[in-house]
Design a protein around this ligand. Structure first.
Ligand code: ZN
Length: 172
């Protein structure tokens, strides 16, 4: 039995709920670079007034039975970026799309009161752009989408901003 300790539970009914996507590993590796069709953007669904460190993220995902963080990349509020999975390693962030997508998560997504909000800092946005530019170069034709935009996705809010509208211009 999996214990629901992930901090994303905090907040109200409309708050994004990442629990349901963190259920199973779909691993281990994608077939080829052509497998990558989407970059899926997530938020950690933690309050912008609180730290949610890489260590906490790792601990919480391991608690859920993952071998490591489910996302490929994590971008903290100060703009620091960490990679947690190899590019073609199947992630655990957006079922049933894990075998054809790369997951990028930014720290935040909830305001001080726990309501969904675009809490991206300028540093995060800058690193998002740099990272996404690298990804579209490596995976030409890849689409940039928010978690909530993926068909079959359950979270209503994640990543708490219009990822395609904001970053879609980077697609090529
Ligand atoms: Zn998400």
């Amino acid at each position: 039995m999996i214990q629901e300790t992930f901090p994303m539970i905090i907040g109200e009914e409309e708050a994004p709920n990442e629990r349901t996507l963190l259920t199973l590993e779909d691993g281990p590796m994608m077939a080829s670079p052509a497998s990558v069709k989407y970059i899926v953007i997530h938020c950690s669904a933690t309050r912008s007034t609180r730290d949610y460190t890489t260590e906490q993220l790792l601990r919480d995902h391991k608690t859920r039975g993952f071998r490591t963080v489910g996302y490929h990349f994590y971008i903290r509020r100060d703009g620091s970026v960490t990679q947690h999975r190899k590019l073609l390693e199947v992630g655990a962030h957006c079922r049933p799309w894990n075998r054809c997508s790369i997951g990028i998560c930014y720290e935040g997504g909830l305001d001080a009161d726990g309501h969904p909000a675009d809490t991206r800092t300028p540093e995060q946005t800058e690193q998002f752009i740099l990272l996404l530019m690298r990804m579209v170069k490596i995976f030409p034709g890849v689409r940039i989408r928010g978690h909530r935009d993926m068909p079959g996705s359950i979270p209503k809010a994640c990543p708490c901003f219009d990822a395609e509208g904001v970053f879609g211009y980077l697609e090529r």
